[in-house]
Design a protein around this ligand. Structure first.
Ligand SMILES: [Zn+2]
Length: 427
């Protein structure tokens, strides 16, 4: 019964509502709310005094009368029986008696906010006035209570339970949003997680960059991210970011099977989208230059995997190539034979050496297929590992890429047009 006497000691010092008293004994009993705990302890205390009064204990009434207002409604019946007067209950010294109503009101407001943002899966966070937290800790220390729970925790759990009862799902691993509830002000803050779509894109024209291309009146390219504007509008988000598995050059098209990509919409208000409607809107807005095919929704953990170029196992390119002096019999067969399965030693290309560190990479060419187009022109299909610079594989980049088309032919070769046909991600 030490537990009851500890509670009695606490209540002598200050009035506490059922929930705030029960919270100091939160770890005892199972499957109850702190409201149940507080109420049960108070009833036992009232019974204890009634028992003493009936046994003729003279001091019992003297002790009970000043304690009763701190206990609250549980003491009012016995108080009237012993004094003939109505008990004037003191408000809870921690929450002012507002906590119970707060939990219900906060849950209703949170649910309303989740509806505005189209969120089904949520978590609740809590912020509580520093003064209340300090008093709570002082009480626990002063009375050496070790099974207590913080009001912050209780607000989180109880609001979460009530929001779930309103038809939402608490999700601790991948919530769509977190709502922070502030006690006692009742203010709410929502942190909406991004909406992430998995799919592929096609770039049917040249001079289209992947990321938005900022410009001060200089060269300005249309970008895949700009083409995603209709998605941003339909999802009512703040911004859109493309996380693609590698990238092609601005002047290369992305054809064939498309490039795998994740599309992230920040702070969306609409999460349930008609994906085929989104695809159509993108195609229309970009006048057919950019197309997307969405396979479904993805989570944040996948973004990192998609962003790394190393996540691309192989790519198939189609290149239009000019060979100085034209091609002769045997040239194309030599290219196909010598480069098949070749390991290509490649230093960072000159054209990007200003912004990338100069390092040596070893990449693989799996296969090359060529056909003559007449004159100096040939068209080649090249299957290579992710991250190989194909324009340099063709030109040789002044000997920085070896072997190369130029080196193999003994004649200067240059890439005029480049398309990506197939991107195979490592999965
Ligand atoms: Zn309280």
């Amino acid at each position: 019964m030490d537990l009851v006497f500890k509670a009695l000691e606490v209540l002598r010092g200050r009035p506490l509502c059922d929930r705030c008293l029960g919270r100091f004994f939160a770890r005892f009993g199972y499957g109850w709310s702190n409201l149940d705990r507080g109420s049960a302890i108070k009833r036992v205390i009232v019974m204890y005094y009634h028992w003493r009064v009936r046994s003729g204990d003279k001091g019992a009434l003297e002790e009970f009368l000043p304690l009763a207002p701190n206990i609250g409604v549980e003491a009012s019946g016995l108080y009237r029986l012993l004094t003939g007067a109505d008990l004037e209950v003191k408000p809870c010294s921690l929450c002012g008696g507002s906590l119970e109503g707060f939990l219900d009101n906060a849950a209703t407001s949170v649910a309303g906010l989740l509806r505005v943002y189209g969120v089904r899966r949520f978590i609740v966070g809590a912020r509580v006035d520093e003064g209340i937290l300090r008093v709570e800790e002082d009480i626990a220390l002063k009375h050496s209570l070790d099974g207590w729970e913080s009001i912050k925790n209780e607000v989180k759990r109880e609001v979460g339970k009530r929001v779930e009862a309103l038809g939402f799902t608490a999700d601790f691993t991948s919530p769509e949003a977190m709502v922070i509830v502030e006690f006692p002000s009742g203010e709410l803050e929502i942190i909406v997680n991004s909406l992430i779509l998995a799919g592929r894109y096609w770039k049917r024209g040249r001079l289209v960059s992947q990321a938005y291309w900022p410009s001060f009146g200089g060269v300005k390219y249309y970008s895949i991210e700009e083409a995603l504007t209709p998605l941003l509008r339909l999802a009512e988000g703040e911004s859109v970011i493309l996380h693609a598995a590698g990238r092609e050059d601005v002047d290369a098209r992305m054809l064939g099977t498309g490039r795998p990509a994740l599309v992230e919409v920040k702070a969306p208000r609409v999460r349930e989208l008609d994906l085929s409607q989104v695809e159509k809107a993108i195609e229309e807005a970009s006048k057919g230059l950019v197309a997307f095919k969405f396979e479904g929704y993805a989570n944040r953990g996948m973004v990192k995997v998609y962003k790394e170029e190393a996540a691309v196992k192989s790519k198939v390119y189609k290149a239009l190539i000019a060979v100085r002096g034209g091609v002769e019999a045997g040239d194309l067969a030599r290219l196909e034979e010598n480069l098949k399965g070749a390991t290509i030693m490649q230093r960072t290309p000159l054209r990007i050496s200003r912004r990338k560190k100069d390092i040596m990479r070893a990449k693989k060419v799996y296969e090359v297929k060529c056909r003559a187009l007449g004159g100096p022109f040939i068209e080649c299909l090249i299957k290579a590992s992710g991250g190989l610079y194909v324009k340099e594989l063709i030109s040789g980049d002044n000997g920085r890429t070896r072997p190369s088309f130029t080196e193999t032919l003994g004649k200067e070769a240059a890439c005029l047009e480049l398309d990506v046909l197939l991107v195979t991600p490592i999965s």
